[in-house]
Design a protein around this ligand. Sequence first.
Ligand SMILES: Nc1ncnc2c1ncn2[C@@H]1O[C@H](COP(=O)(O)OP(=O)(O)OP(=O)(O)O)[C@@H](O)[C@H]1O
Ligand SMILES: [Mg+2]
Length: 227
Amino acid sequence: MEPTGSGYLGFEKVSFSWPNGVNIIDQCSFSIVKPGLWMLVGENGSGKSTLFRLISGVIRPKSGKIFCSLRPSMVYQNPDHQLLMPTCKSELMLSVPKSISHSKLFDLIQSALEKVDLGEMMDRPIHTLSGGQKQRLALAGAIVSNSNLLLLDEPTALLDPQSQNSVLKVVKKLTSSSVDPITAIWVTHRLEELLVCDGAAIVKNGGISTWNSGSKVFQELKSLALR
Ligand SMILES: Nc1ncnc2c1ncn2[C@@H]1O[C@H](COP(=O)(O)OP(=O)(O)OP(=O)(O)O)[C@@H](O)[C@H]1O
Ligand SMILES: [Mg+2]
């Protein structure tokens, strides 16, 4: 498996253990070769968040290789653990690369807010946003930082159905845009979300299954639950 193109993520026989010594990721190989919305499902403790830490480079494999030509950003379950500043504008200022000139700052932030359907929210205090709006602000932070790989770890677990849909819709739009579509990997326990992804896989026994259509994985997991 060789890295190709500009948007590539690949694992080659990657293993990782936390200090207890068990390989929670064990000879794991997979690749994502094009932008889109890719979803992962798996039981609690199967290693999904550990995989995200490996992809983002926070931890390193014990063995094997990771190829990543993308710039990753994490989005967590609870936006209150991620957002730090009083207003949308000041929050996004934190993520702007240092190379951006002062004159381009406003436009960059405004355009990121528009991409996540928060165009009117520049000066809005963050504590007045709904959960879905906060998650979309976290997405805007990833956009202004010039990330092109979103790692979304159960981003809708704490949201009501309407907010859940608003986040899903924005991520779908960002990953299927005709101009510079990005790659998103989305961990979910909410199986209905699988129906909108471009591919889904199951994390199990330290590895990842082959990519399948979201509806196929949805059916498979539903039938297992009914047994
Ligand atoms: N920082 C850590 N130190 C030690 N062990 C850890 C650490 N983080 C995770 N683990 C262990 O690694 C295993 C996999 O955890 P991980 O959080 O990756 O699972 P997960 O699939 O994301 O689970 P969930 O669906 O509950 O979020 C678990 O046994 C967990 O206790
Ligand atoms: Mg997790």
